[in-house]
Design a protein. Structure first.
Length: 395
């Protein structure tokens, strides 16, 4: 997991790369107020934080600069907009506050209000000419932060004000992808109705459907499927939405994807299928959904490893049992001659080893390096597996 954190004035943006086997979802936005960031010097800033409209008017009438800045480049309007002081924002605008001023991070009052979900203030700023498509240093704009936070009223106002729903940040992530990552179905409907491209991709090839599938947002997946996305679109690693959903065990989403044309045996670049990732995770519900849809039980990845081998290595006993019931080849070997029993022995999974033996696994099988299930288990100190193998050998 690669995580880049930037502490911002009033906003923290957390960029996260998180997908498994491996894959990534792209930058997400986690926004919240940092009090220290707006502890601006001067009476005007203090009055805004106190929420005193009368005091603000008095200070401004006394000659205070309405566009004064603190050490972080914050202006009174930015602070008032983020804090939701609508009455003070109105006063500042009447006194000539610069609606498009930006702080050191490139953020203006509109992006701060959008991040905080201040719909009334967003409308006020737009009416005064705030740039609806202005972006900060990472290429993130007002619509993106509002979409990620699920602020549907703000999203609606921004779109009405001319926000571009298909703009991407520096990683290519659009407002729709950000909303999908959080499962904000209402926001997604608003964006799609205004022409957001359902198959838009980040630089890493991730789409909104992949993100919603990976995080298990069923309603968000349903919203996307209604507009007919490419369900088999791969990311840069060759992973599809089905593989991502299966890696998390979301059989309901997997079923929806399959019903809408997802290819059940599609492979990543390394040959891994949805069945394999579900088997490794021990997600029997997802496994059954895939097998019922015709997934190849003995499909091999680029190393010759099957779903049964992955389940055996992980000690996913229920997955091992289900795959064996579905006819998985118990003695199939990888390129190096390793089989499922050897993997169960090496990783110390006695129940998996017993099930494999009960279904015909060869206790005396030998890998290309000369190791057997018994020597692998003994070398790792897995005495329970050793005992099972010795008993079976004696029989």
């Amino acid at each position: 997991m690669n995580t880049e954190k930037r502490l911002r004035s009033g906003i923290r943006i957390l960029q996260t790369k998180v997908f498994s086997l491996p894959f990534l979802v792209g930058p997400l936005l986690l926004l919240f107020f940092v009090p220290a960031a707006v502890q601006a010097s001067g009476e005007l800033f203090q009055a805004i934080q106190n929420g005193s409209q009368a005091q603000v008017e008095t200070i401004l009438s006394g000659g205070a600069d309405v566009n004064a800045r603190d050490d972080n480049g914050l202006t009174p309007l930015m602070v008032a907009a983020f804090l939701g002081r609508a009455d003070i924002v109105r006063v500042l605008l009447q006194r000539g506050a610069d609606v498009n001023a930006r702080d050191q991070q490139g953020e203006g009052a509109l992006i701060k209000a959008s991040a905080a979900g201040r719909a009334e203030i967003v409308r006020m700023l737009l009416e005064k000419g705030a740039d609806v498509n202005a972006e900060e240093q990472l290429g993130i704009d007002c619509l993106m932060v509002a979409a990620f936070n699920g602020a549907a009223p703000v999203v609606k106002d921004l779109l009405s004000g001319g926000a571009d729903p298909n703009r991407g940040d520096k990683d290519g992530e659009t407002a729709l992808i950000k909303a999908a990552a959080r499962g904000h179905a209402e926001v997604m409907r608003l964006l799609l109705a205004k022409g957001a491209k359902v198959d838009a991709k980040q630089r890493n090839g991730i789409t909104s459907l992949m993100v919603a599938s990976f995080y298990g947002h069923t309603e968000a997946v349903d919203v996307l499927l209604q507009v007919k996305p490419d369900v088999n679109a791969p990311d840069n690693n060759g992973e599809t939405a089905l593989i991502k959903a299966s890696a998390r065990g979301f059989e309901s989403i997997g079923s929806r994807l399959l019903q809408n044309g997802a290819a059940v045996d599609v492979r990543q670049r390394n040959g891994i299928t949805a069945l394999m990732v579900a088997a490794f995770g021990g997600y029997t519900g997802a496994l059954k959904t895939l097998l019922d849809a015709g997934a190849s039980v003995d499909a091999e990845d680029s190393d010759g490893e099957t779903a049964l081998m992955k389940a055996s290595a992980a000690g996913s006993n229920q997955a091992v049992e289900l795959l064996l019931q579905k006819g998985a080849d118990v003695n199939r070997v990888q390129k190096d001659g390793v089989n499922a029993l050897m993997l169960a022995a090496f990783y110390g999974h006695p129940q998996a080893a017993k099930m494999l033996l009960d279904h015909g696994a060869q206790a005396r099988s030998t890998a290309k390096n000369g190791f057997t299930p018994l020597t692998l288990a003994a070398g790792r100190g897995h005495l329970a597996v050793v005992e099972i193998l010795r008993q079976r050998d004696a029989e």
